[in-house]
Structure formats: C-alpha cells, structure tokens
Ligand binder design. Structure first.
Ligand SMILES: [Zn+2]
Length: 486
C-alpha cells in the first residue's frame, strides 16, 4: 500500500475514502434574516417558498425569512456525487408521510421569521397537559412538527427529534411522527432507536412503504444484511423506487459476498471476514480495534451509539465489491472495509489503517455526517499518527507559488480526484489539522465537531471556536509548517 513515490506529496500509505459526508455538494448558501445560514444545493424560489436540497433531503422555507442566497460554482467534480460516496448516508428522502400543516392560527406561528417561538410551544404543551382534548393535542403536534421541520432544514437533527418527541408523548401512535423521528435517528446513525419507532409504525400500518424503506436502512446500518434485503424487497413490492432499488442492489452485493464469511463480535464491533483469513488475524483485528476505540473515544470525547461494522477482504473482492477508485487503500462507507490480502497477523501498517478508518466512523457519527472531507481526512491521518514532516517543504513552496489550497473546494467528495490531486488534498488537510491543534486544543476540535453536528458550516464552526476564517487558517498553516519543520 505504501509506495515510495518520488514526489513527496504522493507519500501516503492509505488513501482512504469517506462515505459519511453529505452527498450533496455545498454549492449555495441561504442567508436567513435571523443570521443563520444554510448550505444547500439546487436552491429554487417558487410561490413564496425557497426550496433546496441538503443531506436531509429536499426542504423548503418561507421566502419571507430568507435574506439572500449566495450561489457558488460547484467546487469539485459533480455536485450529485456517485452512489458510492453516498453509501453510508443512504440517499434516501425523508418519509413522505408529513404532519398536516397547522390549520390552527396559534400553532401556525410556532416558527416565524426563521426562529422558533419556544414560549408558544411551552404554552401549548401546558394547555394540552391540563386538558388533553383532541384540539389541544393537535395544536401541540402541529407546532412541534413545524419546529422540527425548521430544525431539520437548518441541519440540527437532534433538536428536530426532540420536538417530534414532544408530539409523540401526546400521541404515541401518530404514524407520521414515528416515521419522521425514525428518519432523524437514522441520519444520526442511531439505528436501534430508529428500529424501535419503525416497529411501532408498522404495528399501526403494516403496509407502510416508509416503514419498510427506513427499516431496511436501520438493518443495513446494524450490519444485518439479510434483514435489510428483506425490508427493501418488501418496499419495492409496495412501490418501485430508484433509491430503494439502488440500496437493495448494494445490500445484495454485500450479502452475496459475505454469505460464506465468518463473524466475530466485541463490545463495539461486528466483524466479518472471509473463511480463508486466519481466525487469529480476525481476533487480533478486533483486539486492536477495541484498544483504538478507547483512545479515540477519550480524545474526541464521544461514544458512537451502535456497534461498528468491519469487513476484512482477503482477496481481490475488495475493489469488486466496494467499487472504490484504484488509489484507495481502505474504505469507510458506514462500515470499515479493509483489504488484508496476504496478511496473517497484525502489522503496524494494518493497525494504522484501522485507526484511520475508525476515526472516520467516530467523526462521521459525532457530526451526523456534517464533517467536510478535508477535516475528516486531516483528523483520520492525525489520529493514525501521521505528521507533515516529509511534505512540509513541498506544501510551503507550492503555497508560495500561489497554489490555491482551497479548503472550501476540499469540503466535498474527493472520489473523482486523480491520484496526484488527491495526494495534495490529503497533505494539506493533515497540515491544517496539525495547525488547528497548535492554535487550539483537542477540546476545541471536539467543540468544532459539535457545532458541525448542530448544522453550522465548517468555516463558521472554526471561526466560532478558533476565530479563524479559511483564509486565516491557510496562512496560519503555512506559518506552522515553517516553524515546526523547516
Ligand atoms: Zn480517510
């Protein structure tokens, strides 16, 4: 995997891919009158509504709360992304079952001018507690749903789920609330929590297309491939759908390949490997992963909610199954997939690859899939122990010769990058993360990730914590490289 390339920028042992990142390129920014920003694509103004696409699906806002929209050319490659780079965040639209818009005047004002009227929500809730009449309950549900839809539109899935939860307390059998909340849990990689809600939805409506579709996703996330295939086949029988068809094909491909695989399980991992692999290697991989899990967990101050799936490929099947570009050494598309051809026991190199991929799992889940690629790859390389020493000189002279290291352009998928360009992107990302950890601490990094989870753009999150814009950060990175290595 490591090649002794002449060009120092190409010196990377593992060129891995990330599937966690939002599949939608961040081409446009919608500025709301209250100061919040939404990064989106396909922004369209129509009939008093601004509709747009985010990782959460197609959303819309009243045009009255939008101040202006800044459109930018897509920075890299295609904005749609290939199926492979959207694998973990399965490109599935939110449930079609929506709560009816509030007919009630009081509930309708729950979200106004781009902010949520929390006093109104509290008032409606206490009225419904005092007298849970159908009208009072309907008002709570309508108002909380409006608040949840608003939070979803600005990317804060956790707060959105909390609003739906209030509705569910008053109406536990509300199909729409169950499905919408389950969807948000799926976006947060909380597959078991999603499955609980989906089971309840299915008891209410056994033939719910959304319940089948989303259950497939939950099982896929839990590494239960045959259950995922069953659910997605059921969804296809109810109504053919391109998103489900694509997901089904992917799950079937995995299931077929892994049919003869053996399994191993520890507290935090579910491992599959081909029968030809030495069981000893599988055991060592699990032991290594558990140790690394504890380290990363305490560094990033986070514990992923579900067991992480890992697949070891002992032969050529890695590239056949994952359809990864030829330059990638391992892959994390929600499951950690590592080629181990020719290995019979743990090596330093394999331990680094595992730690790199595991960092992606942590960062992807901690940020609800909102982490830009450069920060994902910078952190993963940093955590595996890589440093910029060998690349510092080349990076600084490239920067001095006006090479544009655009963090904005490095935010979205790298899958289409040629090997050389990808090498530069990895090198600059690592240098930037090192510089950030010089300017701040790992706790600051953790706070930046939390802000990303709450829907902040990467540049805003960095500005809020480290007081740096992308341009400042690039300058600082060059200064850091000079001081540390040259
Ligand atoms: Zn990586």
């Amino acid at each position: 995997m490591r090649s002794s390339a002449a060009h120092s920028l190409r010196c990377f042992a593992v060129l891995c891919l990330v599937g966690f990142l939002p599949g939608v390129a961040s081409a446009d920014t919608i500025y709301l009158k209250n100061g919040r920003k939404i990064t989106a694509s396909h922004v369209v103004l129509e009939n008093g509504q601004v509709s747009y696409e985010t990782a959460a699906g197609n959303l819309s806002l009243p045009a009255s709360i939008v101040d202006h929209v800044v459109r930018e050319a897509a920075p890299l490659a295609s904005t749609a992304g290939t199926p492979a780079d959207r694998a973990a965040n399965l490109p599935m639209a939110p449930p079609s079952e929506m709560v009816a818009p509030a007919m009630d005047a009081a509930a309708r004002t729950a979200v106004r001018d781009g902010s949520i009227d929390l006093n109104l929500l509290a008032k409606l809730e206490s009225e419904a507690n005092a007298n849970p009449s159908p009208t009072a309950v309907m008002r709570v549900i309508a108002a909380e749903s409006a608040a949840a839809q608003y939070e979803t539109s600005v990317g804060d899935f956790q707060r959105a789920a909390e609003h739906y939860d209030v509705g569910l307390r008053f109406d536990p059998d509300n199909l729409s609330l169950l499905l919408q909340t389950a969807y948000l849990h799926l976006r947060r990689s909380e597959y078991s929590a999603a499955l609980n809600l989906l089971d309840r939805a299915r008891r209410i409506e056994p033939d719910s297309l959304d319940a089948a579709k989303l259950s497939g996703w939950a099982y896929y996330g839990l590494n239960r491939l045959s259950d995922a295939v069953t659910e997605w086949k059921r969804a296809m029988a109810l109504k053919p759908d391109a998103e489900v068809q694509h997901a089904l094909e992917k799950a079937e491909r995995d299931a077929q390949e892994e049919a003869g695989y053996r399994e191993g399980e520890t507290a935090h991992f579910r491992l599959r490997y081909n029968g030809e692999a030495a069981p000893e290697l599988a055991r060592e991989v699990l032991q290594t992963l558990e140790t690394e899990f504890e380290e990363i967990s305490s560094t990033l101050n986070y514990v992923p909610p579900e067991a992480i799936g890992v697949v070891l490929y002992t032969n050529q099947t890695f590239s056949d199954i994952t359809r990864a570009p030829s330059w990638s050494g391992a892959l994390n598309d929600g499951r950690i997939r590592v080629p181990v051809e020719g290995l019979s026991s743990m090596t330093d190199e394999l331990a680094r690859v595992l730690k790199h991929e595991l960092t992606h799992s942590f960062v992807g889940q901690k940020t609800d899939g909102h982490c830009p690629v450069w920060l994902q790859e910078g952190l993963a390389q940093y955590m595996e122990g890589k440093r910029s020493r060998t690349n510092a000189g080349a990076l600084v002279s490239a920067y001095e010769n006006h090479m544009d290291f655009s963090l904005a352009a490095y935010e979205t998928s790298w899958l289409h990058l040629p090997k050389e360009t990808a090498g530069t992107a990895y090198a600059w990302s690592l240098a930037t993360v090192e510089a950030m950890l010089t300017a701040g601490t790992m706790d600051d990094m953790s706070r930046i990730l939390d802000r990303l989870a709450a829907g902040s753009t990467a540049e805003d999150a960095i500005r809020a914590v480290l007081r740096d814009s992308y341009a400042d950060l690039n300058e600082f990175t060059v200064q850091y490289l000079r001081k540390a290595y040259l």
